[in-house]
Structure formats: C-alpha cells, structure tokens
Design a protein. Structure first.
Length: 765
C-alpha cells in the first residue's frame, strides 16, 4: 500500500480576529484529510513534563477536506515577459553575458535563453555536462548545438557570447576569462588561458518557444505537474544583452573590455540599475529602447560582487557599478506558491496565541502552525514569540551537512524517518544555517513553505531535545497553569506595528530570540527606557541582524559576517543586505552588543548537559532579594526537560565592558561546564589554550536584574534551557517560583519591590 503523507503552510505568519487564514496543503496517496483547528499549549513530549497539549476549537473548516498533491518548482531564475517577440529567436541574433559558474560540471545548465524542453523548441546559451559553453537550438522536432573546447572553471568570471546568423546557420561561440586580484577564486598569477572561440554551422533552425525568456533556467512541463523550470544554473550572472544581428568576432572580443553599451544592443539588462538607499528589488532592468525588464523568481541573491569588483568597497552603495552580480541556486525555494486548500476566518473574540491546523489522513498527521495576535491589548503581559528566529532555523539540516556537527553538538544524531526523507529531497528549501548545493550560504528564509521543525513535538535530532518553537510552547503551558492573563504576538507583528509593545506592562521573550531587525531592537529599547519591563527568558538573543523588504513580512534576509558563531560566512564584499542596504552580521559588530539591552550577552554554547544556577552575593541585596522569596538554598534549577538543567545549551554573561548597565545585579550564575562548552569566537582575537568550559571563567550562564527609567526593569536568565525547566514537577518548582516572583511584580504598574534601596546600587564609575 502506498504511503500517505500530508503537509502544508499558511499564507502569513500571524492574523488578527476577523482575518482569514489560507491553508495550502499537499497530500500524497489520499484525496481527503480530516482537519481540526487547535490552540497549542505545550509542545515537548519529554516524559518529565505534561506532554503534548492542544485544545481543539470549534471551526467551520473542521472535518473532511479535499486534498491533492501539489508540486514545488525549485531554483532561481529571472523571467522576461517578451510581449514584443524580440526575444523569440526567429532571426539572426547575438546573446552575451558576464557569468560566474559555481558548479559548471553538474549537468546541462541554461545561462540565458528561451528554450522549452517539452516543445523541443527555442534557443539557449548555457553549459553542457562537461562545463563547456554551449549554444543550442530546437525546431520542434530536433535540436542542434555548438560546444566550446575549454571548460569554464568554477568561481571564475567570464564573458560568454554566441552570435547566430539565421540565414546561414553560422554560429560563433566566444568566451573570455575576466580575472583580477579580487573578483574570483583565482588570481592573475594562475597560468590559465580562458579565451576560446569556436565557429560552426547548425543544421537546425529555431522554432520560437511559447514559454518566456529566462535567465538561469529552461522551461519544461509534465501532464500532472504542469510547467516547471529545468536545466537550472548555479552561479552568478552580471549584465547581459541581446542583439538582433550576428556580431562579428572582432565585436565579440571587444565586449569584454568595452561592455555592451557601445555596440547598441536591442535589449540590455543592466543588473546595477535599481539600487537605492534602502536596497534593491527583484526587477532586472532593461536599459535599452524596449524596456523588457525581468523579474526574479525565488529571490535570486543580489547585492553581490560583479565581474569588475575592485575590492575597494564592501558596501554596494559606495560602488553600485561593481555589484552587478546576481547569484542563482538550483535548490532555492522560498515560496511553494500552492493553491489554497481551505480557509478559516478567525471569529471575533478568539484569544491570541499559537495555533495550528491539525491535518490527518490515514496514519499521517501534520500540524500547520500560525499565530493569532490580539486586536488590542487585553492583558498587562505580552509574550513576544521569536518568529524571526523560527524562520532562521526553518528546515535546518546542520547535522547532515556540517562535518564537525557531532563534535559541536556532543550527540550522535538520531533521525526520524521524516528527517531522513527530507535530507534526500530538501524540496521545501533550507535554513540560514545551511548551504546551497553550490556551497553558498543560505541568506533568505520564508514562511510560505512547509517547515519541518516549526511544529509542536519536534525534537532536534542533533541534541535530543526541543528547539525554538516547541520549547517556547512550554511558556504558554506555564502561563496557563498559573492562570496569568496574557497576550501573544510575534516578531512579525512587531515589524508591522512598531507601537505594539506600548500597550503592555511587561514583555516576555522566548527561549532563543536570536534574530532581530533594527526596528525591532529600537522598539524594545524604547519600551524599556520609557518604563516597560522585559523578562528575557533565553540565551543567545539579540544577536544577528535581519531585515525585511516592505510588504514582504514573511521573507527574511540574514548575512553572516566576519564574527559570531556561524555556519557560513558571506563572501568578501557581500555583507550588506539587499533588502535594507544595512550591514549584516552580529549586532555586537554594529556597536549593539546584547549586554546594552538586557544586561547579558552570548558567551558559550554546548549540548552535552545543562546545569543549575547558584545564587550570587548580589541576590541577597535588599533591592532584589524579593526575586528569591520562597526559594530554598543557594542552588536552583537542577532539573528540566532540556538535558537536565535550567542553565545551558546557549548561555550569556554579565560584562561591563560590553555594556551591561553598571548598576546591574548579578543574581545567579551557572558554572562547571564541560569542554564541550567553548567560548564564543567573537571574544577570541588569537587562538590560545584556555577557552573551554573547564578552563575559562567566561563559560557560564549569568542571571541579572537592573532597573531603568520610569519604573522600567529587565530580568534576564542568560540560558536557552530556562523555559524547559518551568514544566518540571507539574510547573511547581524553584525555577517557576523565581518566574512568578518577577512576573507578579513586573505586571503591576508603579514602583517595583526593593525600590527603597536603589541608592545602594553599584557605582556608575
């Protein structure tokens, strides 16, 4: 019997009551599925906790729904809608481009052209399976081609061109290497002769394809699947052009030095056009007379160095003419573009929270998550769920692709069947912790695709515990158990509504709010400075720079820079975002270390075990002793659903040199970590012995508290594992007691406990 599977996604991250959620579902080997709308309360199935908890809602979409298989069309391209017929290829032509292949011998790849495999028609300039420049044509029945004699090298810039005389069938194929000290893998001292010219007559004429002209792909079609991209390309393409005549060999050779403009192309795509102070869009502009602009598909990566990069500027705003490179990847997937399977209009009065559509068919089940935000504040407490960070890790496959992954994570990976299948066919895209097939780092992440690990009950195969979203549901379970009145919103809601926090007395974070936009940081800092209270309940937070393009809140960009604990690093000159024009990397390298906001910042990570905290002398000061009311002894948090302790996984430290407010109280600290916990790389200028857990005093987890103006305050736990300790012993434990003491005080307006002793705080000198 065929295996049934079902999965899906929603059209947006978050909704308000009255709005309609669109569910996009794909199923294999079944025509129906049973749907239920559920509110998610606890997502960790660890036997020491309450298990998976959800509440089923009454919903008009519940019950049986028709489903079908929906397909994905992976790979980047630029599509040109040629309404003029200028790119049909019916007459003589020349096509040329500056290209930088990254996997030239992976198989046939299109650079530029209008070729339809299912029609056997059109033309294309591309690479054959040996990495040789090739020009081919199809007449609807047969194809013919001309191939070069010198294969292209990977990560090297070339001018490539083909001129075609339709009357005689004569083709001139020309390539020329463009190597300078900065623009590629090799320098000028490598004695390679990249120049090549081949002339040949083709026996087949061109029958125009009915499909669009494309960069980096050809068209194909199948009876059930429909039209899709094929012969997809890995690498960069810079400026390109098409002429309605066959250029001579002398003219072709001149293109490498003079560029395309002096030879007056019919269509001239200038990839450096369109840069503005706030970034660049997906439109590839034709600066010729016809305006045949192209549009990027699956977000080809822009703000990339071009063939003429001089190495003098790493900010594309300073030298946009050197940033014509557009990087294409054959495995890029950001939007599945599935049809809507069913909808649900959220009834007025529905409480905010984390929700799902539970889809079941046979033995298959999936929870498609989404969030409901409040129409207006209904409680003093806001739980701000870190959806930026959920996206950054979406469909991560670190354990599969990082050679030192198990050494870092201290666990042999135990894969589920679903994870193993996804490794074989990662059709729903990768995370910003992964690499594309050509080795480039993944810098975009999106919501509009099935995401394996943004699911309740998901456990990281690498570390044997929950991560991100399912862990953060434990805080909802704790709030429910203790009957707090609270609202739930997301990073995405904050991005769309900068005033979101103003209606609340206290904001709670998730366990790992690692990825933040500048606007989000500003909004949170303003909230605290104006009298708001923050309970930072995680570790390695406020770390990486992210950005969104206006009008696209479900698609996020991150570029990993020259510092930080990172799975990849952007290439030289490519640290600035295309969506916002700001420098990527860690906030610390932009003078905003987390300590300035929360009192603590990332100091170590390790995944073999977690530890308890021990109270520090500051915790007995009269200004903060109330935080430990009802807590016996000096040690607390020696339990939890995350590797046995409340402090661990990724932790943070108090550091006055990095901006911890000088009056901050160091309440507790966790030490005694193994050498699996190593100090973060941004602290290390020279490699030296003594940076591991048994050797370095910076390998610890610090809990801190400080007051801000207007009765504001920040309480920080400095540990990802903290939230996973809350459910232990039925939510009744000393970690929970600390939480209750702080939250009970923070949610009340007016002066905080201990305020009478403020004058005894630490010196500001």
């Amino acid at each position: 019997m065929a295996t049934i599977s079902v999965t899906g996604y929603t059209d947006r991250v978050s909704y308000a009551p009255g709005e309609t959620v669109q569910f996009k579902v794909s199923a294999d080997n079944t025509a129906t599925a049973t749907v239920a709308i559920t509110r998610l309360i606890h997502g960790d199935e660890h036997p020491d906790g309450p298990g998976f908890v959800e509440e089923v809602l009454t919903a008009d979409c519940a019950g049986e729904q028709a489903v079908r298989k929906q397909f994905v069309d992976t790979g980047n391209a630029v599509v040109v809608d040629d309404t003029t017929g200028l790119l049909a290829g019916a007459g003589s032509m020349t096509i040329a481009a500056f290209v930088y292949p990254t996997t030239p011998i992976k198989g046939r790849q299109v650079l530029l052209g209008r070729f339809a495999l299912h029609e056997n028609a059109g033309y294309a300039l591309g690479l054959d399976s040996h990495g040789r420049l090739t020009f081919w044509v199809g007449d609807g029945t047969d194809t013919d081609e001309i191939a070069g004699t010198v294969p292209l090298l990977h990560h090297t810039w070339y001018l490539v061109a083909a001129s075609f005389d339709a009357k005689s069938g004569a083709v001139t194929l020309h390539q020329e290497g463009l190597v300078n000290p900065y623009n590629g893998r090799l320098g000028r001292v490598a004695p390679f002769d990249h120049r090549m010219t081949v002339e040949q007559r083709l026996k087949t004429s061109v029958r125009p394809a009915t499909t669009p002209f494309m960069w980096a792909a050809a068209s194909n079609s199948a009876p059930v699947r429909g039209v899709f991209k094929d012969f997809t390309y890995n690498g960069k393409i810079d400026r390109s052009a098409v002429w309605n005549r066959a250029l001579s060999l002398i003219e072709l050779r001149d293109l490498a030095q003079a560029g395309f403009g002096p030879h007056t192309p019919e269509v001239h795509w200038d990839t450096t056009e369109g840069y503005g102070p706030d970034g660049i869009d997906d439109v590839v502009r034709d600066v010729g007379p016809h305006g045949l602009h192209g549009v990027g598909v699956q977000r080809p990566v822009r703000a990339m160095t071009g063939y003429n990069w001089s190495g003098r500027n790493d900010d594309w705003r300073a030298a946009p003419g050197e940033y014509g490179g557009i990087h294409f990847h054959d495995d890029a997937m950001l939007d599945c573009a599935w049809e809507t399977t069913f909808t649900w209009t959220i009834p007025s009065g529905t409480r905010s929270g984390a929700y799902s559509a539970r889809i079941e068919a046979g033995d298959a089940q999936d929870h498609i998550p989404f969030f409901i935000r409040p129409e207006r504040p209904t409680a003093p407490i806001l739980y701000l769920m870190p959806t930026n960070s959920y996206l950054a890790y979406a469909n991560e496959m670190i354990v599969h692709h990082v050679p030192v992954g198990q050494a870092i994570l201290a666990h042999p990976a135990v894969l589920t069947e679903r994870e193993a299948d996804y490794y074989q066919d990662p059709k729903y895209g990768r995370s910003t912790y992964d690499h594309f097939a050509d080795g480039g780092g993944v810098c975009f992440a999106s919501w509009t695709r099935p995401i394996l690990n943004i699911r309740p009950r998901w456990r990281s195969s690498a570390i044997g515990t929950t991560w991100q979203f399912p862990r953060d549901l434990s805080l909802i379970g704790w709030l429910e158990h203790h009957r707090y009145s609270y609202d739930v919103a997301t990073d995405h809601d904050l991005a769309e509504n900068p005033d979101l926090l103003k209606g609340y007395q206290v904001v709670l974070t998730g366990s790992h709010p690692e990825y933040w936009s500048e606007q989000g940081l500003n909004d949170l800092e303003d909230f605290i400075a104006e009298g708001g209270r923050l309970m930072y309940l995680g570790g390695n937070g406020f770390y990486w720079v992210v950005s969104y393009r206006d009008g696209e809140p479900s698609l996020m960009e991150v570029r990993k820079g020259e510092a930080g604990m990172r799975a990849w690093q952007a290439e030289p000159g490519e640290y600035y975002h295309q969506t916002s024009a700001e420098r990527g990397g860690i906030w610390r390298n932009r003078a905003r270390p987390p300590q300035k906001l929360t009192g603590v910042g990332f100091t170590t990570q390790g995944f073999d075990e977690c530890h308890p905290y021990r109270r520090m002398p500051d915790s007995y000061h009269k200004s903060v002793a109330w935080i430990f009311d009802g807590v016996e002894g000096e040690v607390f948090g020696d339990f939890g659903l995350a590797l046995g302790g409340a402090a661990g996984l990724e932790t943070e430290r108090y550091d006055l040199e990095l901006g911890t407010p000088p009056h901050t109280r160091l309440l507790a600290s966790s030490t005694g970590y193994s050498d699996n916990y190593a100090g973060v790389v941004e602290d290390i200028l020279f490699n030296h012995p003594g940076t591991l857990g048994t050797q370095s005093a910076t390998v610890r987890a610090d809990m801190t508290y400080f007051t801000a103006a207007n009765d504001g305050a920040v309480f920080s736990t400095g540990s990802i594992a903290w939230i996973s300790a809350l459910p232990s012993f039925g939510y009744e434990n000393n970690v929970s007691q600390v939480m209750r003491n702080v939250l009970d005080a923070f949610q009340k307006p007016g002066a905080l406990p201990g305020g009478a002793w403020d004058q005894e705080e630490k010196s500001w000198t």
